[in-house]
Design a protein around this ligand. Sequence first.
Ligand code: FE2
Length: 337
Amino acid sequence: MLVLGFESTAHTFGAAVVESSSPNASLASRENTRVLSNEVSKYPSLREGYIPRKMAEHHAKHCREAAAAALAKARVKLRELDAIAYSQGPGIGHCLHVGYIAAKALSSLLGIPLIPVNHALAHVEIGRWWCEARDPLVCYIAGGNTQIAARMHVNGGWRYHVFGETLDIGLGNFLDLVGRKLELKPPDAVGVLNAAVKGRNFVELPYTVKGMNLAYAGMLTALERLKGKTSDGDLCFSAQETAFAAFVEAAERCLCHTRNKEVLLCGGNARNRRLQEMLRLMSEEHRARFCATSDEYSGDQAAMIALTGLLQHLAGATYEDLKPRQRMRLDSQVMKW
Ligand code: FE2
């Protein structure tokens, strides 16, 4: 089975082809399910931030070449495809519609199914596939999302139940905002990471953990007040340490409750080595295997959309609505695998 996937929830437009010889979704592994291509075109991180209209224009401009490159790299012809998957949400409306229109047009033209994919679930599923994890405690950390979840049978189906999450901004957005407020280069989480390496002194910042939930806005206000009075390196170092420690505390509480034997880190911020180190130490103390999604599959890309679409197709999933939805949650999706 061959699936072409499109990703366009935010700053990235992606197209990817995934192939599988697995007889069913539950048996999909890295051996029988492969990513043949994974093309990414990213809207640049600018000081003005991300403007929806401009990002949608970027996606519309690069959509055709990304799809053509993905098919060429995979050595797959359009007529060989079995289905088209696209990111249904959550995301920015303008951007989501570009991926939807591209996917819908191709599926109609080729007469093959259009598969709507929950972007949050796709981050988890590609992490699970990459790490060969069976039933992990999920630490999903991205721009707009910061959640701790585990697979459970609730409300009549298997889904990722969210035990803890941010009550205000996502950890990724928090780091991006720190980069922008401190005018770092680049003005985002990467700028924070680069500056944090130069930090030597820990500055105390608001630390908000409420049970298994978290909040980061107070820390952002405190950092704005300290700007100019303390070095950027010390501020970034302290911001990362405090934000990550709060997340790990909440994740540990959750792990003690669920007793999962694996801990999976996924989402755009899974690439942060310090965060990986802190979660690994915590997991090992509880005799759980820690695994992190690879750098290539952590950020937004279409391989995760094609892979999750393929799993849904193999599992015989049906859909009430194919149109984009700006608000979707990880725990809203029932999984048939
Ligand atoms: Fe994402």
